[in-house]
Design a protein around this ligand. Structure first.
Ligand code: SF4
Ligand code: SF4
Length: 209
């Protein structure tokens, strides 16, 4: 937990010595960033590394039980707390190349990664989107208006069974081998639209109740 940035930094130093041109992308969650990622990121900049560091800010300590963290606006007992802004911290550590993006916008994700890869300097990409299982706070509802209020469905006649959507890894997408068509499990769909961007035929539509 929280070791990715420092391990990535070490690996990058080895790759640089081998002169193999490989770039390391380190990935860490928001709460682990607060826990041990800050000091690792400080070491990246202090030691002149050029790693790409992606901070997945899903607005909660999701993996270990949905505890609050310094970025969530609530303290450990659920009372109000100051919000520690990840971008401000990263800037204070000395990073110049920082982007905060919507991880569901695949073009934006690709553009941010390409931009970072083109640099010979360290960079930070912060992806900001709430965990689908989070009990949204008033702050979340203000920031992510309408989030999780939609679902998508697949127009069966338009689906050509290419499975490009399925390869996104979303568990709501179910491929029917006999029919050679994909369907969306509405119980699991959170309407993020990632699959919509992958479909070549426009078969994935918004469900309107
Ligand atoms: S909209 Fe998002 S959650 Fe729903 S099926 Fe597509 S990828 Fe999965
Ligand atoms: S990407 Fe579109 S056409 Fe391909 S399987 Fe999914 S819904 Fe069907």
């Amino acid at each position: 937990m929280g070791a990715s940035i420092s391990m990535g930094h070490g690996a990058q130093k080895v790759f640089d010595k081998l002169e193999n041109g490989k770039r390391v992308v380190s990935v860490i969650g928001d709460s682990t960033f607060f826990h041990t990622g800050i000091n690792s990121l400080m070491t990246v900049i202090y030691n002149g590394s050029n790693t790409i560091n992606v901070i997945l800010d899903n607005r909660v300590t999701a993996m270990t039980g949905h505890q609050e963290n310094p970025g969530s606006g609530k303290n450990a007992c659920g009372g109000p707390a100051p919000v520690t802004d990840i971008e401000d911290i990263v800037r204070a550590l000395g990073f110049k190349n920082i982007r905060t993006i919507n991880p569901n916008d695949l073009d934006e994700v690709e553009d941010a990664l390409n931009e970072s890869l083109a640099l010979d300097e360290p960079s930070v990409i912060i992806t900001r989107w709430p965990c689908a299982l989070k009990k949204l706070s008033a702050m979340d509802m203000e920031e992510f208006k309408g989030v999780f209020s939609n679902k998508n469905y697949i127009e069966e006649e338009v689906c050509i069974g290419c499975r490009k959507c399925v390869r996104s890894g979303c568990p709501a997408l179910v491929f029917n081998k006999e029919k050679k068509k994909t369907a969306i499990d509405l119980l699991q769909c959170v309407g993020c639209d990632v699959c919509t961007q992958l479909c070549p035929t426009g078969a994935i539509r918004k469900k309107v109740d």
